[in-house]
Design a protein around this ligand. Structure first.
Ligand SMILES: C[S@@+](CC[C@H](N)C(=O)[O-])C[C@H]1O[C@@H](n2cnc3c(N)ncnc32)[C@H](O)[C@@H]1O
Length: 207
């Protein structure tokens, strides 16, 4: 499979995506660094500015090898960070970074019965893989405390294709939009993404 091409056009179903990220896991961090992937650090900077209080418990959905978890730990050193991903091989690498209190192999569209509620849930670099937004938002509402925040990044080309404004509007009884970034370059040193494909970083707050 051509890695870069399928990243732009989509990988496939959950099993194919799992295999894809399992196979990539050992040099994922290095590749993303070479492509100048800044979504984790930019998302963390936004949280630092926008959240008045450090979250006690954070759930990092699609945490992968822990690139965003690493940035979360820098700004919220006392928070408990839970991670979830379908790629078990990526999670082995995330565990080694010693930033997550708990890691599970799971699909973010399948509700996991955590015994606690979270002040913050994240989904960085992975909204692309969401097949059912209703399920995702229903899970988010279950995971979050009242006034809890959900931070995510999403590609602007897919945002337009999916009419993501409408999707956000459909959640307006449960979530209010707290912050939307300007367009940000996603993988500027990747020749397929360059500065053509950009993302927005968004914070939603649960009522
Ligand atoms: C581009 S990586 C982002 C990882 C991490 N958040 C970061 O910023 O480096 C996308 C991640 O989404 C995960 N993923 C894709 N579909 C998923 C799903 N349905 N459930 C859970 N994880 C998923 C992949 O395994 C991969 O680790």
């Amino acid at each position: 499979m051509n890695k870069k091409k399928s990243l732009v056009d989509g990988i496939g179903n959950v099993n194919i995506t799992k295999k894809y990220y399992d196979n990539w896991s050992s040099d994922y961090d290095k590749t993303l660094n070479n492509w100048n992937y800044k979504a984790p650090v930019k998302s963390a900077n936004i949280l630092k500015r926008k959240l008045k209080k450090a979250p006690k418990n954070i759930l990092d959905l699609a945490c992968g090898t822990g690139l965003f978890g690493t940035e979360l730990k820098k700004i919220f050193s006392n928070s408990n960070i839970y991670g979830l991903d379908i790629s078990s091989k990526s999670l082995i690498l995330a565990k080694k970074k010693d930033i997550y209190k708990n890691l599970i192999t799971a699909n973010f569209e399948t509700r996991y019965n955590y015994k606690i509620k979270f002040e913050l849930v994240s989904l960085i670099g992975a909204m692309t893989y969401c097949k059912n937004f209703q399920k995702l938002f229903s899970n988010l509402s279950f995971y979050l405390v009242t006034n809890g925040n959900f931070i995510f990044s999403h590609r602007i080309d897919l945002w337009k294709k999916q009419d993501f404004d409408y999707i956000l509007k459909s959640q307006s009884d449960i979530f209010k939009v707290k912050y939307i970034s300007r367009p940000i370059k996603y993988l500027p040193f990747n020749e397929d993404f360059k500065d053509i494909i950009k993302i927005k970083i968004v914070i939603l707050q649960k009522f």
